[in-house]
Design a binder for this molecule. Structure first.
Ligand SMILES: O=C[C@H](O)COP(=O)(O)O
Length: 318
């Protein structure tokens, strides 16, 4: 992970002045989506880069120690060994960036990774995920318990009510308390952009989250009806850029929710490269939160190596 973002005092004047040009944002997002994507070996290289940025996620009511175990094994060896060998990448220690689970499954993930001799971080959602509609005391306790069980990254959800009613000071104070409860664990702040109404609100919530000390800002829980979209990402990465220009602190970005195809992952990498530069293309500043994306990436890598798509049984762990 890169140096942490210590945050800053809440600057309400900065927050209140924010205005986002809706049409300009849509136009920029369209431009990025229209870029020609890399082909052949360059595409394969970009796909492996995307793999290293994935927070491989399972957030389901029926999660058990065994499916978390399977997820952890996949995270430690995300692409079949023979495919990596064909690309001469088998000794590059390619893994996903982290695994991401519910708080009650953190201990299972820690145990599985330890058994696999892996130091991959375990991330946990917390603070009443996905709605954030529980008492502050229980949200704080949830963070502490996940950290105590071994999570080294905590994905908190913001209190949307505070953002929607313009209570930025109260939102800032809550996020600061979460940051304190995280201790050494890095904190990713989920804005749930699909529920914030306007781009201006998304930009304001991004600023407040960064001022309160978030190490990453993250689009969505994956449970809203609208999750990670390119226009909203343009708004958030511009806020990251502005915050960096003002404070020199680098905050990471994590789109999450509905990211399913290898092509999506290439567009996300393009967006990061064009908007924030190569430095933000590393797992310490960029994550893709996804539960099924890896399967399609492995399929495309298989196609690159073998010139055909695999039958289902050929990538059984995907
Ligand atoms: O944080 C990660 C998301 O919950 C995953 O969403 P997804 O299942 O749509 O990939």
């Amino acid at each position: 992970m890169s140096a942490r973002n210590p945050g800053m005092q809440l600057d309400l004047e900065w927050v209140s002045k924010v205005r986002v040009n809706h049409q300009a944002v849509l136009k920029r997002a369209q431009q990025i989506q229209a870029r020609k994507l890399a082909k052949k070996q360059w595409q394969a290289a970009w796909l492996l880069k995307a793999v290293t940025c994935i927070d491989l996620t399972t957030l389901a009511g029926d999660d058990t120690p065994s499916n978390v175990h399977r997820l952890c094994l996949k995270a430690t060896q995300p692409i079949r060994h023979d495919l990596l060998k064909s690309m001469d990448m088998h000794d590059k220690d390619i893994t996903t960036a982290a695994v991401c689970v519910y708080p009650a499954r953190v201990a299972d993930a820690v145990k599985s990774l330890k058994a696999a001799n892996s130091s991959l971080p375990v991330a946990s959602v917390a603070t009443g995920f996905p709605a954030g509609q529980t008492h502050l005391q229980s949200r704080l306790e949830e963070v502490r318990l996940a950290v105590a069980d071994g999570a080294s990254e905590i994905d908190i959800v913001i209190n949307r009510m505070l953002a929607l009613t313009g209570q930025w000071e109260a939102l800032y104070q809550e996020i600061r308390q979460f940051r304190e409860a995280c201790g050494e664990a890095h904190m990713k702040t989920i804005l749930a952009v699909g529920e914030l109404g306007t781009f201006t609100n998304v930009y304001k919530a991004s600023l407040v989250a960064m001022m309160a000390g978030s190490d990453f800002i993250k689009t969505s829980t994956g449970k809203e009806s609208v999750n990670a979209t390119y226009p909203v990402a343009v708004v958030m990465v511009r806020a990251i850029r502005d915050y960096f220009m003002r404070t020199r602190h680098k905050v990471g970005f994590k789109p999450a929710g509905g990211i399913r195809t290898a092509k999506d992952s290439l567009v996300w990498l393009t967006l990061m490269k064009e908007e924030l530069g190569d430095e933000w293309l590393r797992p310490d500043l960029f994550r893709l939160g996804a539960s099924t994306l890896l399967a399609d990436i492995e399929r495309q890598v298989y196609h690159y190596v073998n010139g055909r798509y695999p039958a289902y049984h050929e990538l059984p762990l995907a």
